[in-house]
Write a protein that binds this ligand. Structure first.
Ligand SMILES: [Ca+2]
Length: 240
């Protein structure tokens, strides 16, 4: 008999298994293999689907959704991958535009230690890549251990102002934490993901995605997001 404390984990594992089974029936989806950035290691939990596909609303959103703020646009244009990209615009309000995908509970240390397991193309210095984690050691002892880790161009070469650039290995970049966690008690402390995982060994990824990091009317764009052995190419329509 399962205890109440065990049921959520059991349910979560079942959901992942069902999702992986469903995705395995779709052409182009496999259950293992090399990462799209060339890595041969598999870092994600058993059954995690490898996928390299287009994301285009409303037909194929693949679980991508805004968690807060404004809806991004899927813009037509060259310079990234395919015929378009994600436009994290701010439609004249005080809202950020963002788009996130479930992280399927990947332990942060597993994500951190593999080369090229986290990447994207971006344009605009306000574009941020974000990982929402649970299980971190919050210094204020919040039991969920929630925080958001933020990668932004300003702290990582300050590229992207004039066109799309590719960042293939974000895990080795510099990240700050929105909440005070072990090793990062203010937003000026920048660490790579391995260091953050060492400071917070129970941390796991609940969501990952991109967000416009400013409200100052700066456009930001993203495409070809890589997470483990998945690559997501944002396209404006199904014919792209
Ligand atoms: Ca694209």
């Amino acid at each position: 008999m399962f205890s109440l404390r065990r049921l959520p984990m059991f349910a979560r594992i079942s959901a992942v298994a069902v999702s992986a089974t469903a995705l395995s029936l779709i052409p182009g989806v496999s259950s293992a293999g090399a990462g799209p950035n060339g890595s041969l290691d598999q870092i994600l939990p058993p059954g995690f689907p490898c996928i390299h596909t287009n994301v285009y609303p409303p037909i194929a959103t693949w679980g991508w959704t805004r968690l807060d703020g404004a809806e991004p646009a899927f813009a037509v244009g060259q310079g990234a991958s395919g015929n378009g990209y994600l436009h994290l615009f701010r439609p004249g309000s005080s809202q950020y535009a963002s788009l996130f995908h479930p992280g399927l509970s990947t332990p942060l240390d597993q994500l951190a230690k593999q080369r090229n397991a986290l990447g994207f193309m971006y344009k605009g210095t306000a574009t941020t890549f974000q990982i929402r984690i649970r299980g971190a050691s919050r210094v204020d002892s919040v039991l969920s251990g929630f925080t958001t880790l933020v990668w932004q161009p300003q702290h990582n070469g300050n590229r992207g102002a004039n066109g799309f650039v590719t960042a293939n290995d974000l895990a080795r970049g510099k990240w700050w934490s929105t909440q005070k966690i072990n090793g990062q008690t203010d937003r000026t402390t920048l660490l790579n993901l391995t260091q953050i995982a060492e400071n917070n060994p129970r941390a796991w990824v609940s969501e990952y995605g991109v967000r416009n990091g400013t409200l100052d009317n700066e456009n930001s764009y993203a495409d070809n997001i890589v997470y483990g052995c998945s690559k997501w190419d944002f396209e404006p329509d199904a014919g792209s």
